[in-house]
Write a protein that binds this ligand. Sequence first.
Ligand SMILES: [Zn+2]
Length: 314
Amino acid sequence: MVNLKQCNIAVIAYHYIRPIKKSKYKNLKGMEIVEFRKQLDFFKKNYNILNFEDFNEIINNKTNFPKKPSVLLTFDDGYSDHYNYVFPELIKKKIKGIFYPPTMVIENKLILDVNKLHFILAKEKNRDLIIREIKNIYKKRYKKEINFNQLKFKNLKSRFDDKKTTLIKRTLQYVFPQRQREFILKKLFNKVMNIDEKEFSKEIYLSRNDVSEMYKNGMSFGIHGENHFWWEHLPIHKQEKELRNPINYFKKLNVGVSNISVCYPNGSYNKSTLKILKKLNISFALTTQKGPINKKNVSLKYQLPRYDVNDTLQ
Ligand SMILES: [Zn+2]
């Protein structure tokens, strides 16, 4: 249990916020709208809620560190939930948040591999069946058996998932070469979901108009890459592209980029990333390391900790 009262500043990360129990994807990991509403009321009553500008000034030493416990609300991955359910609530309660969509999704043509995985895992509960299906797809395509033991897994511990789920995720997120991963996921997605990718993309992601309207109404946008890759596994020139392309894309949508922050996709970055952020004069960057921001760590502005909303907050 994380007691936010003991934190100076807690940055909170949200992902899916939507009706889940009443939907087709009852196992999707996310938050019900009622819960979100309650949480906003709780924050309004007990905390100082910062917006991008307030937080940026604190991080870059232009204003004093707040005495009152404060929160900053961030929303990852560009889901249509953020326009349909989050945006109206924030407007109603006069709260501003930072949104981090991988810019590729706003074009509504494809589903990111990470999201294909979420929906596959939400629709098909049987992990053994999924693993068997991955083996079948692999064997059919590459004419040999998969050997999971030969693959390099850092470890199978995760804050949120059981071992089989973690095995499936890591395999299809970065252990296989990119082309193989994409092939297997596409087949697996078609088999489990049986849905048109473009149509589904329109359904689950923000559109250009959504982004424009949210921005015009005071919401902030930041960089979460173009494709939601694991940056620590990318060469430096590809990392730089993942940072520059979203800046150019936002400019096209008239979303302000003179001060812009980063949220590492999958929490993944390395020393090269930090160099690029400095070069591009990025305002600050958020990790997936759990923890508060206080006077001790505030100066590490490219490695700021966050809480996931799944870390039980009180
Ligand atoms: Zn993300």
